[in-house]
Design a protein around this ligand. Sequence first.
Ligand SMILES: Nc1nc2c(ncn2[C@H]2C[C@H](O)[C@@H](COP(=O)(O)OP(=O)(O)OP(=O)(O)O)O2)c(=O)[nH]1
Length: 198
Amino acid sequence: MRFVLASQSPARLAVLKAAGISPDVLVSGVDEDALVASLVDPTPQRIVEVLARAKAEAVDVVEGVVVGCDSMLLTADGRVHGKPKTREVAERRWREQAGTTATLLTGHAVIRKDADGVRTAVAHEATLVRFGTPTEAELQAYLDSGEPLEVAGAFTLDGRGGWFVDGIDGDHTSVIGISLPLTRRLLHSVGITLSDLW
Ligand SMILES: Nc1nc2c(ncn2[C@H]2C[C@H](O)[C@@H](COP(=O)(O)OP(=O)(O)OP(=O)(O)O)O2)c(=O)[nH]1
């Protein structure tokens, strides 16, 4: 069965490959900011679910299974944060989140397309992330690396950011970008088991 990952994320691809899946990668090109702006008073959980579904629906797949994801960091003040994209934003994010606990939300959408039609399953995973406190020199060096600019929440678990994550409560694959257990459950809900894919 064809398995399509509707994501440019090298992290998501790496998680799936390590777990025995070699997906086709089709980047959705969804305008995330525009889509979020079109939502009326959405919850953080709905934002990541709507974005994940939009990405999976946007790629051109006639038959097979498509997975789309979207990750954001929900901080204690109720704000959601995607990728900083600039050093200034990444620094501000770390000055606010260091030493705190936040929730990494990852929306997941699984769409199965075959002769029986289209079946869709959408959900999100929430993982508590306890941030450590980098020294000023460590923070500047981390920012200099460029890594925090291009990842949701300005941190990675499996990269340089791992030094500054004191612990998590929940699914680490979800923090990296795609929850394997949640994706397994969503695949089951559209009639697919891992043995169909391995
Ligand atoms: N390696 C790694 N990457 C992470 C981690 N946390 C977040 N990220 C990355 C995964 C995604 O590439 C990115 C989250 O942004 P999005 O969910 O919008 O996905 P992205 O825009 O990268 O690709 P996509 O929209 O799916 O085509 O941050 C982590 O702990 N480790």
